[in-house]
Design a protein around this ligand. Structure first.
Ligand code: DQA
Length: 147
C-alpha cells in the first residue's frame, strides 16, 4: 500500500483553539482522522507527525526517503524561515506537497515568502482543511507518477 508521510509544523497542535477566525475550529486530531479516512478510501496509508521543533522535522524528513512515496507538509511558521527544512526536502528528493490552511499570500508580508515552495512539487494554500484533502490527492498522484 502506498505510504504518505504527513508533517504538521509548529503550533498546529493548537488548532481549534488557535486564532479560529484564521485557522478554523477543527482540532488537529479531527483533521488527522479525516485525512486517514480519506487516504484509506484512495488506497493510501498515512504516518502523521507533528512537531514544534525544527530539528525534529529535519530528522523526520531525512529518514523518509525509502519509506514513503510522498510527503505532505504544512511547515507552518517554518515555511517563512527554515533553510534547514527546505534543504532536508531537497536532499531527500522525496516528492512533496506543501499545504496551508490560510491563504498565506493574503496575509502579512512576511508570510508571502515560502522557502519551501521551490523544493516541493506544488503548494495549496487557503482552503482550510480542504487544503489538506487536496494535498492528499496531489501527494498520491505525484507518488504514483514518480515511481
Ligand atoms: C500556516 C500559515 C503560516 O504562515 C503560519 O505560520 C502557520 C499556519 C497555515 O496553515 O495557514 O502556522 O502554515
Amino acid at each position: 500500500m502506498l505510504k504518505i508521510l504527513v508533517i504538521h509544523g509548529p503550533n498546529l497542535n493548537l488548532l481549534g483553539k488557535r486564532e479560529p477566525g484564521i485557522y478554523g475550529a477543527t482540532t488537529i486530531d479531527e483533521i488527522n482522522k479525516k485525512l486517514r479516512q480519506y487516504a484509506k478510501e484512495k488506497g493510501a496509508s498515512l504516518e502523521i507527525f507533528q512537531s514544534n521543533h525544527e530539528g525534529e522535522i529535519v530528522d523526520k524528513i531525512g529518514s523518509a526517503k525509502k519509506k514513503f512515496g510522498a510527503l505532505l507538509i504544512n511547515p507552518a511558521a517554518y515555511t517563512h524561515t527554515s533553510v534547514a527544512i527546505r534543504d532536508a526536502i531537497a536532499a531527500t528528493a522525496i516528492p512533496a506537497v506543501e499545504v496551508h490552511l490560510s491563504n498565506i499570500y493574503s496575509r502579512e508580508d512576511f508570510r508571502h515568502t515560502s522557502l519551501t515552495a521551490p523544493v516541493v512539487k506544488g503548494q495549496i494554500s487557503g482552503f482550510g482543511i480542504d487544503s489538506y484533502m487536496y494535498g492528499i490527492d496531489a501527494a498520491i498522484k505525484i507518488a504514483l507518477t514518480s515511481q
